[in-house]
Design a protein around this ligand. Sequence first.
Ligand SMILES: [Fe+2]
Ligand SMILES: [Fe+2]
Length: 424
Amino acid sequence: MKRDALDHFVQTLGTLFRMQRMYPPGTKQVYQAARIAAQRLGAWGQGVRITLLGNDTIVQDRRIEVPPASCQALFQSLRGSGWETIYLDPGATEADLEAWMECLISKKRNSYRSPKIVAGSLNLARRSHPPSVLTNAVAGYLEFFSHTQEAFSDLESRKPGGLIRAREIVCAIAARLAVGKELFEPINELKDFDDYTYTHAINVCVLSSALSRLLGAPPDLVNTVSLAALCHDLGKKEIPKEILNKEGLLDPEERRCLEKHPACGAKLLLDTPGVESDSPLLPVVAYQHHMGTDRSGYPRGPACLGGRKLHFASLVVAVADVYDALRTVRPYRPALSVAKACTILIGDATSGKLHREYVSEFFFLLKVLAPGRRVTLTDGNQGVILEVQKNRVLAPLVRGDDGKLYDLSNPSAPALSGVEEEAD
Ligand SMILES: [Fe+2]
Ligand SMILES: [Fe+2]
């Protein structure tokens, strides 16, 4: 029944596209078609994501085998525009839909961004799988995406069902990770998706699940860490959107406001039925994930648990959180490359902000510091990694450009300071 509302909306989009191609802007026909489309979107009541990969069309999490006749011209035009992902906010008005269609028809831009509609490419620079494999992986990821949207909406309104849904997502993610690594590919491919809240939550969950497992956590703890990772930023709901999406640097007042999100998240989770009794770690991780191993982060002061160590889950989630945030497009900067993000992680591990051993294992997971990779050392030298040992990923054997061998596990040797971009 609910799915019907979505199908109806997509069909009205197809009609709106036809009308806007036939009639000039401002005419009655266009206005009516846009109004009906906006009404249908309202009736569906959630955001709508359309993904186009090769000849495959995915609406939300479902691959459309045969597009309805009313939508074929629209999908064809979307493919021609190079837009592989479109997200329509449930609050998009007729004017928003009209403006977006106008841009599609004029074929002027490679991407489109308005407060309610975002369209762009998936950035498929490293398409290493055949499209059907990738389509399945992306469809699977989008399934998590729509479930996470629903779970968050329940959690934010403190409904008991939210926790149950979140647990189901974590179990499904764990099962997918156990079978293969297909979830890692969408994490890389979907960086242009605009729903930072949900993609970030899923990515941090997937990365934390894999990292905690690699660190030898028992299955129950892996699940708890993953659940805590999924919910770590729920407190951002309380932060004004103008601050979260600000394009420039935050002023001190805005920064103070943003830094309230760990406490807001912990409170929201403590108020959620079932959390205190069944998942008491969730508010702990929400509260601690920005504190830093060396306590250089926030919340600060005597309230931050005195000299007690941060929980294992908070330390793991912090590594995954920093990496995913760096790899994602933000309003104030583009997504950083893997090399740049890893260089920042190395700096954070060296300064003590992130747990050095966990960052080291994280690199093992990412396979970034592998033989052949060019790196920079703290003495300014550069070189190529010759050998990496599993438990010492941050201290590889390097052949310097000066011809010398550097065993970075030797305390008198320089340390690793950065990862160079991969040569094309
Ligand atoms: Fe956060
Ligand atoms: Fe985060």
